[in-house]
Design a binder for this molecule. Structure first.
Ligand code: EAX
Length: 333
């Protein structure tokens, strides 16, 4: 017993000596309060538009808060798939995420409006709607779930790829097993086209294509490139059938816990990073098509009007649930 006491006492003494020593030599750097860490999860690679945009966001937050807040970016579904991430933000187990709007209808139905085929065809006309009152109202609708939607980044126009055949018209899509996001409007669109769609998280997609449990998938060009889908998909049809925005989200309670200045800084950084990310996609678009060709993809440019006509029934099915007004607003009418 005595022995034990001696051991404890000497550990205690040594510890106080050590801390005492450190204390007297404390530099200004050590004395600084630790930065608050915001982990932001996403499903894509570091060199994707999400990875590049979030890196910029992290730099801007650091500069604007003078190092008081540190953003750490976790790509490649390391913190979970998009549905888990959004649930995590709502619960407060993850601080932030950047997710395509695809999985958001389970949290706020309004978001289904973006999923209607061909509802967005011109980015430049759409950005002011997304960044203005209509978009702000939609982001605010996430508040009931404890989520603060900061801004809309871009995921992009989605194009169809598959390993079986060239797609030139809607009839070519018939019978293809296509992975879709976990989204009711996307699922219905591919059913209407006569495909055999299945929802699946992004993190499982490459393997499903490689093992041919799925014939095809649809995603923006930059994802087809950075997630290396060209290795397992021969055909790319530039259908641009859906446009997906991506929402940068933060746990609302956490956000409100920051000082007013810090909240402003986070929001300003988010807006700047959004513009940077959108520009990055556009600057690289032509190059990306060339790179996919070089990588061996065969690219077709189907008539969009044919696809638009073939998927019109989807609007009728979801119109009542989404609301005609909102559909018209997103169309810019
Ligand atoms: O948000 O799941 C998808 O296809 C998305 O485009 C991707 O996760 C990026």
């Amino acid at each position: 017993m005595k022995k034990l006491l001696v051991v404890f006492l000497s550990i205690f003494l040594a510890a106080s000596l050590l801390t005492g020593c450190g204390g007297s030599k404390k530099t200004a750097e050590q004395a600084k309060p630790k930065a608050k860490i915001l982990r932001v999860g996403h499903t894509l690679t570091d060199d994707s538009h999400y990875g590049v945009g979030l890196k910029k966001f992290a730099e801007l937050v650091k500069a604007k808060t003078k190092g008081a807040i540190e953003v750490q970016v976790y790509g490649n579904s390391k913190l979970g798939n998009e549905r888990d991430l959004i649930e995590g933000i709502a619960l407060g187990t993850v601080e932030m995420c950047l997710s395509s709007t695809g999985p958001l209808p389970s949290f706020s139905k309004k978001f289904m409006v973006f999923d209607l085929p061909f509802i967005v065809q011109d980015r430049d006309k759409f950005y002011p709607i997304l960044d203005g009152k209509t978009g702000e109202d939609m982001l605010a609708s996430l508040s009931t779930k404890g989520i603060k939607g900061l801004v809309f980044f871009e995921n992009g126009f989605r194009h169809l790829t598959n390993s079986r055949k060239a797609v030139n018209s809607p009839a070519d899509v018939e019978g293809l097993k296509v992975r879709v996001m976990e989204n009711p409007v996307h699922l219905e669109t591919f059913k209407v086209l006569g495909a055999n769609p299945s929802p699946m998280p992004f993190g499982e997609l490459f393997t499903a294509l490689q093992q041919k449990t799925m014939d095809g998938q649809e995603n923006p060009l930059i994802i087809i490139k950075t997630s290396k889908f060209y290795e397992v998909q021969k055909h790319l049809a530039l259908t641009g059938h859906f446009y997906s925005p991506a929402v940068l989200m933060i746990n609302e309670k956490l956000f409100k816990g920051f000082t007013a200045d810090q909240q402003k800084a986070i929001l300003a950084a988010a807006k700047e990073a959004r513009d940077y990310e959108r520009k990055f996609i556009m600057d690289n678009e032509k190059k990306t098509i060339e790179e996919l060709k070089k990588a061996g993809m065969e690219i077709t440019t189907p008539n969009k009007t044919e696809f638009q006509k073939a998927t019109e029934a989807v609007y009728k099915k979801f119109e009542a649930e989404i609301g005609k007004d909102l559909i018209e607003k997103i169309k810019g009418k």
